[in-house]
Design a protein around this ligand. Structure first.
Ligand SMILES: [Zn+2]
Ligand SMILES: [Zn+2]
Length: 252
């Protein structure tokens, strides 16, 4: 289990459109190059014995399907999303079928009583829990992979600007996710969908920057989720910008 020394930071014009890193032999982390779009989103491919789960399809500015099919092999491919924003669903049309983007579609597919309940998906000897976390967009989910103890948090928690559309829902969701982890679901690393923080604590790149010299690492310790829950609890009911070393809470 490993992370690369650094991700494609957009400064090298010769890099491929996607950087692929195998965290372990059945977990691929894919970064869409910042050269193709400044969002530079991270996609995740989880392989079970029967099925492969692709989380997000990127911005759509670089062909994806061939690459994913190669990585997934002969497994049945399930394409789902951390949430429905365009920089994570842009490649959907390349695929024959994707899980719908509304809370209703997501709930129906994963068997969730939205938003308090929880769902699961069995990939074959690999079970992934699905926790609703609306607030950033509305159909946001976190996924917990019991096998690797990875927690995928989309745009709701990553080293960058955590845009909050619905303050009350977001606070509740972060609390729910922190409670889920505390209730016997240990996390090794939290993996979100972007990097927007520099390696300098509390400092983010300019909006729209497509070169990220000296990026913050992608992976966050579970303590960062606890920290987020605590600062949101302390912040109260009124939306407020909160700058911390590893993230910026950013009401919109
Ligand atoms: Zn988003
Ligand atoms: Zn995003």
């Amino acid at each position: 289990m490993s992370f690369p020394a650094h991700w494609d930071d957009g400064t090298d014009p010769s890099t491929p459109t996607h950087q692929i890193h195998w965290y372990d032999d059945r977990t691929a982390i894919v970064r869409q190059s910042l050269r193709t779009n400044f969002e530079g989103p991270f996609l995740y491919l989880l392989l079970g014995t029967d099925r492969a789960l692709l989380l997000d399809t990127g911005t759509g500015h670089a062909p994806l399907r061939g690459l994913i099919e190669e990585l997934a092999g002969d497994r049945e491919l399930v394409v789902a999303h951390t949430h429905g924003h365009s920089d994570h669903v842009g490649g959907d049309e390349e695929f024959d079928a994707v899980v719908g983007r509304s809370p209703e579609d997501v709930s129906a597919y994963f068997g969730i009583d939205w938003p308090e309940g929880r769902g699961t998906i069995d990939l074959g000897e690999r079970s992934v829990d699905v926790v609703p976390i609306p607030g950033h967009q509305g159909a946001d989910i976190a996924l917990y992979d019991r096998a690797t103890r990875l927690l995928f948090t989309g745009d709701s928690l990553y080293p960058g600007r955590l845009y909050v559309k619905d303050w009350a829902a977001y606070r509740t969701s972060v609390r729910r996710l922190a409670d889920f982890v505390a209730a016997g679901n240990p996390v090794d690393w939290i993996l979100g969908a972007h990097i927007e923080m520099t390696s300098e604590p509390g400092r983010d790149y300019e909006m729209g920057a497509d070169r990220h010299r000296g990026e913050h690492v992608l992976q966050l310790r579970p303590a960062v989720l606890t920290e987020l829950a605590e600062v949101l609890a302390a912040a109260g009911d009124e939306p407020v910008r909160i700058v911390r070393d590893d993230f910026v809470v950013y009401p919109v």
